[in-house]
Design a protein around this ligand. Structure first.
Ligand code: PMP
Length: 326
């Protein structure tokens, strides 16, 4: 385990070992704890997969030093990959649908990466196609492809989950996490289900997103403002395994917006919308454990706060619900 108080050789060693903090507004009988992932150097949970995927791909010879990593990404993964690429002698190129936060795109460029924008209306599927086309045109180039790369979930199995486990002395009854790629939830679920097959696993998505289709439900797709979680197209996702998941919570943007403001005001937590959606869902799971409607091996509920609200201030996250732009 890296001791962050010791002198460290590079910023890569500051990734992970993030604080785990109690969400006050959760029952004493079933406390919720959140992993504060904005403490990573690129300020999000995706630094973990940037470092993990690139180090593994270099070890396995999937890419050689001097090569180019091309990823279709909404932003945080790009920042995570850019942080790692810069320190591992790799170039980084990102294909980003233009509706995503401009702050994130500026940070990717500042870290030395190239950003290519695709039209928002063409969606993530088109960005993925473009990334693969580019990789074919270049020598020594790979698309890590976080939506299908098992190393994504493995990063959380190898780092996020054991850190939580150690901090709570193994007292983990439920894991709750919003799904973009589903890597965070899958990696943590695999780890804790191996420890205890009765661990409760809850997925989170914004209302209007299509993750529920994995469970055979029909969904009226609707736009949502919550960023970083949810999907309109489950076909592009090869990581999410519904068999590991007990339930899925679809959180309306309005509830997420209210919780984002509450977390800042009452708990000093400047966290973004996906974190707030996770908090809403994790508190529901905690209430169900406290009331005995969910039977979990321990009363403690764990979730992640993936990034900070500062990254979305230009979108008006702390203005009125109507003024918030997704
Ligand atoms: N929150 C934010 C802000 C994110 O950027 C992401 C990744 N898209 C997630 C949550 C979801 O993480 P995962 O891809 O591991 O499901």
């Amino acid at each position: 385990m890296t001791d962050h108080r010791e002198p460290l050789p590079s910023v890569l060693e500051t990734i992970g070992e993030t604080p785990l903090v109690r969400v006050h507004d959760s029952p004493d009988a079933a406390p919720v704890y959140a992993k504060l992932e904005s403490f990573n150097p690129g300020a999000s949970i995706k630094d973990r997969i940037g470092k993990y995927m690139l180090e593994r791909m270099l070890e396995e010879g999937t890419i050689d030093p001097g090569g180019t990593v091309i990823e279709p990404t909404a932003g945080n993964t790009g920042i995570g990959i850019a942080v790692a690429a810069g320190q591992l002698d790799l170039n980084a190129v990102f294909v980003v649908p233009e509706r995503f936060s401009v702050e994130k795109q500026q940070l990717m460029r500042a870290l030395g990466a190239d950003v290519i924008n695709t039209p928002s209306e063409d969606g993530m599927g088109f960005a993925i196609e473009r990334a693969h086309q580019l990789a074919e045109e270049l020598e020594n180039a790979v698309v890590p492809q976080q939506f299908s790369n098992p190393l994504n979930a493995e990063a959380h199995y190898a780092t996020t989950a054991p850190e939580v486990d150690e901090a709570l002395d193994g007292e983990v009854g439920a894991v709750v996490a919003g799904c973009g790629t589903g890597g965070t939830l899958m990696g943590m679920a695999e780890y804790f289900l191996e420890r205890d097959p009765d661990t409760h696993v809850a997925a989170v998505e914004p209302a209007g997103s299509a993750y529920r289709e994995f469970f055979g439900e029909d969904v009226d797709h609707e736009e949502y403002k919550t960023e970083g979680i949810g999907t309109h197209d489950i076909e592009t996702n090869e990581l999410f395994d519904p068999d590991l998941v007990d339930e899925i919570h679809a959180i309306p943007d309005r509830d997420t917006h209210e919780e984002m403001a509450r977390l800042a005001r009452d708990e000093g937590q400047l966290v973004a919308s996906s974190a707030a959606a996770n908090a809403v869902a994790a508190k529901r799971v905690a209430r169900d454990i406290a009331e005995g409607t969910i039977d979990a091996p321990s009363d403690t509920v764990v979730t992640v706060f993936a990034d900070s609200s500062e990254r979305y201030l230009s979108k008006g996250v702390y203005r009125s619900f109507e003024e918030w732009e997704g």
